[in-house]
Design a protein around this ligand. Structure first.
Ligand SMILES: [Zn+2]
Length: 405
């Protein structure tokens, strides 16, 4: 289904703009009118990270007249493998500032508005107000549901993308879309596709599970493609459709996504009528893991002390790293043995645990080890503990000579 252009055309293009955008102007589906619409367009990009980097660069180059950037983080060396809007000399600088500079270098003819703050319930509606389109590059479920809901309340179309390892997805959520006859297009929102967040710990983040750098460009460029189509009215955008990309098979699949009449947000009897507590909705860890970790979490400083005592022979315990083997190759806490979390969940790990020593578990940040801890405690190891902050905290606080990821 095609939709009317979201944006009215600007009055005119300057001579500089005509020169710059000439390759757009000679495409019949864009042309002078389409480029004038882009000039008048206001697009807000959430995050200047993996997806936000290519999205911002291409939206800027395309001549989207006003670009917003919401980003509170600083550039880290581990970002540079994929977040191509930042460079080596930006490490340690605010991403919002670095992104703005790159965008203005690509195209000084556009306006850039920076929101150097973390999106939350208090600011999200105010920040979203007045933008034509939201392009989402967030990497966590709590923010994603908040962005979906806020965009819905303000009736702004929401171009969504997600990436993990070699897999990507993209769609455009716009329940307020109307067809050419002015009738509701019955288009879904993010909650129609994913009514519930995944169980905490089930879906690792890119920081936990990794992402192929170039996948960001594959999905980020689909988001820009769809944004330009929406702004100019060209083609058929991914409204009511989900694009699934498999980089290993090099396969794109497009699935139809229907509006869910029972959707809590955009359904007939909506229960979500204002912003909710998204952290609580998505949960940081499962209830079982949280229960297991309560009172059974040690710090990396405590662990270092315990490891010294073990070396001196005054204490004994088994330190188990529950990450995956490729993570173990990057960095490790000395003296740990590797038994991935899945081995605990399927029960195989329990046979490998000694009955006469306390068990200490750790992972990257403490989420997976809390889940494994719930299994271990359930199997009768009442004195088992896990390490809060995991190997990330170990590298930060104890051994900065090791790389982090
Ligand atoms: Zn919905």
């Amino acid at each position: 289904m095609s939709f009317p252009a979201l944006v009215e055309p600007a009055d005119e293009l300057t001579v500089d703009e005509v020169r710059r955008y000439s390759r757009h102007l000679i495409i019949p589906d864009v042309g002078m009118t389409g480029q004038k619409r882009l000039k008048n367009a206001r697009v807000l990009v959430i995050g200047a990270g993996g997806l936000g980097s290519p999205a911002l660069l291409y939206l800027a180059a395309a001549g989207v007249g006003t670009l917003g950037i919401v980003e509170f983080d600083e550039v880290d060396e581990s970002n540079l493998q994929r977040q191509i809007i930042h460079g080596q000399s930006d490490v340690g600088r605010p991403k919002a500032v670095s992104a703005k500079e790159s965008v203005q270098e690509i195209n000084p003819l556009i306006e850039v508005v920076v929101y150097e703050e973390r999106l939350d319930n208090d600011n999200v509606l105010g920040i979203f107000e007045g933008w034509d389109l939201i392009v989402d590059g967030t990497d966590n479920f709590a923010t994603r549901y908040m962005v979906n809901d806020a965009a819905y309340f303000l009736k702004i179309p929401y171009v969504w993308g997600s990436i993990y390892r070699f897999d990507g997805q993209a769609s455009v959520f716009w329940p307020h879309a109307v067809d050419e006859n002015g009738e509701s297009a019955e288009a879904p929102c993010y909650r129609c596709l994913y009514p519930e967040p995944p169980p905490p710990g089930m879906v690792p983040s890119c920081a936990e599970g990794g992402v192929l750098g170039v996948l960001c460009a594959s999905i980020g460029s689909i988001q820009v493609n769809e944004a330009i189509k929406m702004l100019t009215g060209a083609g058929e955008p991914l409204v009511g459709k989900l694009m699934i990309y498999d980089a290993l098979e090099m396969e794109y699949r497009k699935l139809k996504v229907r509006k869910d009449p029972k959707c809590a947000l955009c359904g007939d009897n909506a229960t979500v009528t204002e912003l909710i507590d998204y952290e609580a909705f998505c949960g940081a860890v499962s209830d079982e893991a949280a229960d297991a970790a309560a009172g059974s979490t040690i710090s990396v400083v405590q662990l270092e002390h315990m490891l010294k005592e073990r070396e001196e022979g005054t204490r004994d315990f088994l330190l188990v790293d529950v990450r995956e083997p490729n993570e173990y190759e990057i960095n490790k806490i000395p003296g740990s043995v590797l038994i991935p979390k899945g081995e605990f969940l399927n029960g195989n790990a329990l046979g490998q645990l000694p009955a006469d020593k306390p068990i200490v578990l750790h992972c990257k940040s403490g989420v997976r080890s809390a889940e494994a801890l719930a299994v271990v405690k359930g199997a009768g190891y009442g004195d088992a503990v896990h390490v809060g902050g995991g190997v990330v905290a170990w590298v930060n606080q104890i051994d900065p000579s090791q790389p982090s990821y």
